[in-house]
Design a protein around this ligand. Structure first.
Ligand SMILES: Nc1ncnc2c1ncn2[C@@H]1O[C@H](COP(=O)(O)OP(=O)(O)O)[C@@H](O)[C@H]1O
Ligand SMILES: [Mg+2]
Length: 231
């Protein structure tokens, strides 16, 4: 059922990586997942079409602004999770996906440019929320972080989001070779060969922690929706 949308107006922010990582993890836990690729570049579709993609991930390719709402509705009726990977612009397809989302995840790397782009995406989400007169649950996911250090810039950016009342996942996606390798070789981080790729177990743990937080955030959003619907 729930639809998780990955949005950021910036290309290269980490949407596709986060989408396929979470799709893999939900599938590993036994859930049926639909991965909708609404980016004309079709990067997540390329991964899903490689050998080793978990059998319980269904791919919907080439979704565009005309088909996106129907594609989401159909997928919601069929699978436990629907993940939508979007292009890095503020298009009609992006606005439509946001309007149907149970959770929008905005990606942000530790630079001011990324933070400014994430802030733009958050503005778009808030506009959609006003238009539809319903709360839209969203969170910022810091990505490509360094496991050893939290630079001052990153701390400053996170502090600014917090001051603005924006929810940030406690778990960030660490910059790991394993996350790049699964895009090249196909399959999930757990399928990678430890002789060829380092840090597989740490990457897998990172994904498990993130998935847990995403589920908690979805539940929190459902609770908020019930409260706003009843008064
Ligand atoms: N956590 C990460 N660790 C390592 N590489 C990453 C990570 N997140 C993204 N990348 C790399 O950064 C590039 C852009 O990421 P991608 O997920 O394709 O962004 P987007 O979909 O927003 O354009 C890709 O080459 C990807 O492999
Ligand atoms: Mg992408």
């Amino acid at each position: 059922m729930p639809t998780i949308v990955f949005a950021s107006s910036k290309g290269g922010a980490g949407k596709t990586t986060a989408a396929i990582i979470l799709a893999s993890e939900f599938a590993r836990q036994g859930a049926a997942v639909t991965l909708i690729d609404a980016d004309p570049n079709q990067h997540s579709a390329k991964w899903a079409l490689k050998l080793g993609c978990p059998a319980n991930i269904s791919l919907v390719e080439n979704t565009n602004e005309e088909s996106i709402i129907e594609d989401i509705e159909e997928a919601e009726a069929k699978t436990a999770f629907v993940l939508v990977d979007l292009e890095g612009t503020a298009s009609m397809a992006v606005a439509s996906a946001i309007s149907r989302a149970d959770l929008v995840i905005t990606l942000c790397q530790g630079s001011q440019d990324d933070a400014d782009e994430a802030a733009k995406t958050i503005k778009l989400i808030k506009r959609q929320s006003k238009l539809l007169q319903r709360p839209i649950n969203f969170s910022v996911l810091m990505t490509r972080t360094n496991p050893a250090i939290t630079p001052r810039t990153l701390r400053h950016i996170m502090g600014e989001f917090e001051a603005a009342g924006v929810h940030i996942f406690t778990t960030s996606l660490i910059d790991r070779e394993a996350f790049r390798a699964m895009r090249s070789f196909g399959g999930t981080v757990n399928d990678l060969n430890p002789k060829e790729v380092s840090g597989i177990e740490k990457a897998a743990q990172n994904v498990r922690e993130l998935a847990k937080e995403v589920i908690a955030r979805l539940k929190e959003g459902q609770k908020q929706e019930r409260i706003s619907a009843h008064g």
